[in-house]
Design a binder for this molecule. Structure first.
Ligand SMILES: [Zn+2]
Ligand SMILES: [Zn+2]
Length: 279
């Protein structure tokens, strides 16, 4: 059994966020049952401090963010990611599911687009490194789109492995920055196989202290990044990566919600994912 944290702020529901829409409209209600598991704890995140955002973003970028209507969503999302990683490395919990809106993998140092307007991984990594010393983090990105922001922020950071499943094949940064072209129709099995072949061996070689997973479900059938995957795919993927984290880094695994706007898919997969994380 694992101790699992779920980071969700009430303000994430009931609002049309850019790109992902109002897919969390029925949260946290739809998680009610799994949140009652004794090993699962629901946290209401705090806003990330400005000083932490400034470790990866420019002052100009931050001033723009502060004027945007989606600011609070972004600040709470990043705050949840920072706290989840902090608590896992402190030994408070083993793994976590962090809900995000308006923050994530398209936020570069000085620009952002695509529904994500602040980096989650950057502030969380640099905060943890300051608090716990040398840290190696493996980032798996299975959202449909290229994680340009994550790549930009960690371009020169050898202690971050970034394996991004998008529309191109790239290997850079002496092998720690990788894109794998998965932009073609898949079955659940074929996508899972690519992740097994392209992420797991790299993570094994890298030996991270923690795995961070940008879990977009925009790749689901009928969503805006449709690759033919079914809703059942996402819990299966988490099961696979969780097993990998148990082998590699004592189960230290953080799942971040990313793209996808189908509310029915979100309502099905995230309670399932919590159940799997808590097993
Ligand atoms: Zn996406
Ligand atoms: Zn990519």
């Amino acid at each position: 059994m694992m101790r699992t944290g779920v980071f969700f702020h009430e303000m994430f529901s009931g609002r049309e966020w850019l790109i992902i829409g109002n897919k969390f409209r029925n949260f946290p209600k739809v998680m009610e049952k799994v949140l009652k598991l004794p090993q699962v704890t629901l946290f209401c995140p705090e806003k990330v401090p400005e000083a932490l955002l400034l470790k990866v973003h420019t002052r100009r970028f931050l001033e723009d963010l502060k004027r945007a209507w989606y600011r609070d969503g972004a600040l709470y999302s990043v705050g949840g990611c920072v706290e989840a990683i902090d608590r896992i490395l402190s030994g408070d919990m083993d793994n976590a599911l962090v809900f995000t809106v308006a923050a994530g993998h398209h936020a570069e140092r000085d620009s952002a687009w695509g529904g994500t307007y602040a980096s989650c991984a950057g502030p969380a990594f640099y905060h943890a490194r300051e608090r716990f010393g040398p840290l190696k983090m493996a980032i798996l990105d299975t959202d449909r789109h290229h994680g340009n922001g994550t790549r930009d922020i960690f371009r020169d950071e050898d202690h971050v492995l970034h394996v991004c499943f998008c529309h191109q094949d790239i290997i850079e940064g002496s092998g720690t920055k990788v894109c794998v072209n998965t932009a073609y129709p898949h079955t659940d099995e074929s996508y899972l196989q690519v992740v097994q072949e392209e992420f797991i061996p790299r993570a094994m070689g890298f030996k991270p202290h923690l795995i961070l997973h940008n879990l977009g479900h925009d790749t689901c059938q009928l969503d805006y990044g449709d690759l033919g995957l079914t809703p059942e795919f996402y819990p299966r993927l988490v099961k696979e990566i969780k097993a990998c984290s148990e082998q590699l880094c004592s189960g230290r695994y953080v799942v971040l919600t990313h793209g996808g706007r189908r509310a029915d898919v979100a309502e099905y997969i995230f309670p399932e994912i919590i159940k799997i994380l808590a097993q």
